[in-house]
Design a protein around this ligand. Structure first.
Ligand SMILES: Cc1cc2nc3c(=O)[nH]c(=O)nc-3n(C[C@H](O)[C@H](O)[C@H](O)COP(=O)(O)OP(=O)(O)OC[C@H]3O[C@@H](n4cnc5c(N)ncnc54)[C@H](O)[C@@H]3O)c2cc1C
Ligand code: FES
Length: 273
């Protein structure tokens, strides 16, 4: 439960109220820098303010600083977003069960992200593209409120230029210099090229977006058991002890945050547990 000390090595403003921090642990054990699976999270502490769960957003294959993308919404996330190079951060993790990368092998993969939801999905995208031959069609469908809110723009452009991945970005509200799609992210689904019978979908975003995304994927013929999503719930211990994130016999911190949809259908219907 005791956090290790890391320091901010790099801070980048990605969008209004969204920053990406590269955190380097002061001391690593014999096993070297932290390794994590796509979709896992760390507990980050700003000393004197508090501790919150934040997903890794960097490349799981790259040793070195651990990368997190944070939206400032309250006390701790604002304090994290205000950190500068060299500032200390407490770090516990990695925790949780991530995206089912092995289960996706041999299938078409649809990655559906809303807003900040692209951050916990980015490690999965790095893995999909690094091991491209393991998967069928790979499609990223990403929606944000406005063009200013688009995260990781340069990377999206790089991925768009590849011939082996389909990247579609849409915004809810366009401005005059936007020439891309306009409309919510689910409007991209009917135009995407995937075989619904052999598809697995990874979904992350605000819960209302995930509910509509699941309905649209189901309407397109994707089975419930092939839809995975990342759930957010209040957390304290992150190791299945305190019960803060518990519903029934399930703990979001330990058994998730990534779940198969049919296993959390009831939880998704609840605002908070
Ligand atoms: C497994 C997991 C992974 C997460 N990964 C990330 C991540 O990669 N990046 C990230 O920025 N956040 C992530 N979160 C959410 C993050 O933990 C919360 O935003 C944070 O705990 C808020 O704490 P706070 O003290 O800043 O705000 P609080 O004081 O707790 O909340 C302030 C206000 O913001 C609202 N609020 C809280 N969380 C959110 C939210 N997520 N979106 C919108 N409003 C919210 C609250 O309802 C409240 O009104 C993750 C959460 C979980 C459970
Ligand atoms: S956060 Fe304590 S049980 Fe999940």
């Amino acid at each position: 439960m005791t956090p290790r000390i890391a320091r901010v090595r790099r801070r980048q403003q990605d969008a209004p109220f969204v920053v990406t921090l590269d955190l380097e642990e002061e001391e690593t054990g014999a096993e070297g820098p932290m390794r994590f699976a796509p979709g896992q999270f760390n507990m980050l502490t700003v000393f004197g303010v508090g501790e919150v769960p934040i997903s890794m957003s960097g490349d799981p294959a790259k040793p070195g600083p651990v990368i997190h993308t944070i939206r400032a919404v309250g006390a701790v996330s604002n304090a994290l977003a205000a950190l500068r190079s060299g500032d200390p951060v407490g770090l516990r993790g990695p925790f949780g069960v991530g995206w089912p990368m092995d289960e996706a092998a041999g299938k078409d993969v649809v990655v559906l992200a809303g807003g900040l939801g692209l951050a916990p999905l980015r490690p999965a995208l790095y893995r999909l593209l690094a091991e491209r031959e393991r998967y069928g069609e790979v499609t990223l469908l990403y929606g944000t409120r406005s063009p200013d809110d688009i995260l990781f723009r340069r990377e999206l452009e790089r991925w768009s230029a590849r011939l082996d991945v389909d990247v579609e970005v849409t915004v809810d509200h366009a401005v005059s210099d936007w020439h891309g799609h306009v409309g919510v992210v689910t409007t991209l689904i009917p135009h995407a090229a995937f075989d619904p019978a052999g598809t697995i979908a990874f979904v992350c975003g605000p819960e209302v977006m995930m509910r509509f995304a699941i309905a649209a994927l189901r309407a397109a013929g994707v089975a419930e058991e092939a839809i995975y999503l990342s759930m957010e719930r209040n957390m304290k211990c992150a190791i299945g002890l305190c019960g803060h994130c518990q519903f029934g016999t399930t703990f979001v911190c330990r058994d998730g945050p990534v779940f198969r949809y049919d296993r959390v259908r009831d939880l998704l219907a609840l605002k908070e547990v």
